[in-house]
Design a protein around this ligand. Sequence first.
Ligand SMILES: [Zn+2]
Length: 472
Amino acid sequence: MTLETVISRTQKAPAKPETHSGRLTTSICPTCKMIIPATVYYSNGKVLMQKDCSKHGRTIALISSDSKLYEDSFSYNLPGKLHLVKNYSSEYTGNCPLDCGICSEHLQHTCAALVETTNRCNLDCPVCYMDANAGPEKTPSLEQIRGMLELLLRSEVSPPSINVTGGEPTTRRDLREIIKMAHSMGFNDITLSTNGIVVSKRPQLLDELASEGLTEVAISLDGLNDEIFLKTRGVPLFDTKVKAIDTAINAGLSITVSATLVPGVNVDQIGGIIEFAKKRHIDGVNFAPIAFVGRYPKEFLNASQRLTIPDVLREIELQTKGEISVQDFIPVPCPDNRCSTMTYAFNDGRTLFPITDYLDVKAYLDVYGDKVTCGPEGCDWISQAIDKLWSMSAIPGSQRVIKNIDVLSPKLRPAKDVMTIQIHAFQDVWNFDTERIKKCCIHVATQEDKLIPFCAYNNLYRGKQQLPTMKE
Ligand SMILES: [Zn+2]
């Protein structure tokens, strides 16, 4: 039986007529950080958020530059997998997002957890969401990191993907012990986020970490020339990045490059970064429009004309000359549908062939979302494969990704050479939407035994002794 047979025997549910304009949520006052009511609405093809602070007046923020893509994304807002939660670490008090932990009102389990191993970094980047090196040093001991990992084991039915991050985690001398400990505790999907400086100087480091269970390296790559690195990272880094990337490839690790996109600085690098990744057979490319959180140059701040997911999609189509198009991307259903979108493309080193040219991924996602009735043969196998691919826990280039692409597209093209392209829109005090936070599946594991949704952590919890309050 072919995939096409299954899909042709399925019947799509009628499209929902209502729109999501006028949604009520809560957000943050950019000035006093009070949690205040907000309305998200459509205007002239864009999506805006209006909120009023009793002290600081009205703020109108751009949420998305394309109300149609925004609206369409709700088709992929699938229910959370709460059966994968074993324990909640917080009591629900009705003060979302100020009582995160996560609590029983949270709508999704932890797909990927961030383990911050230090707030110290060997760079002082002008752009840094966590404002590394500011404030007192926060470098948890090995035992404290074990506590963070035990929290994840207590919270989840099975160990989630973890991202060992910082600051800069390679500045720790005991990084090898951290990876070894995590692996021995049962964590099998372990990503290291790094700027690549130490890796480029000590190539054997990645071999050592791989031997202890590291599976993936994520290296920041904002562009392909030093002029850009000077603006975003403060120092010329291009040669260092190339060396670090080649080291990771040689170590046999999955590798993802991530660019923080700043309008007027590096948006024109999108096509070049994809081309660079294609030639090197890099497993994943991530684009994150800059979120105005942590540290960033004042001249970068333009919340009303910010880059949103549809802008990045259009630039990808334009800059790859249609090799990858807007239509190839599908929102990731496990976090909130407005947070992330992705696609896969077969890569022969010269051309990218988007998976959507071969498969009706949207129909498969409808199967996954139980929006269609399957034929008598059933279609659990489609759901199971899609579930592993369109997920924040899918590690680009991993055996699991390769296996499941093979399930969906047997013998079409070699799945071992597939590139993941993903856009993730992180939130700041301007576009913060508590509704999105409630479905977040990327959680920071803290030393205080809490799992905090990443964007809530960055905007409300990080480095704070006292949280802001709810508006009365
Ligand atoms: Zn205010």
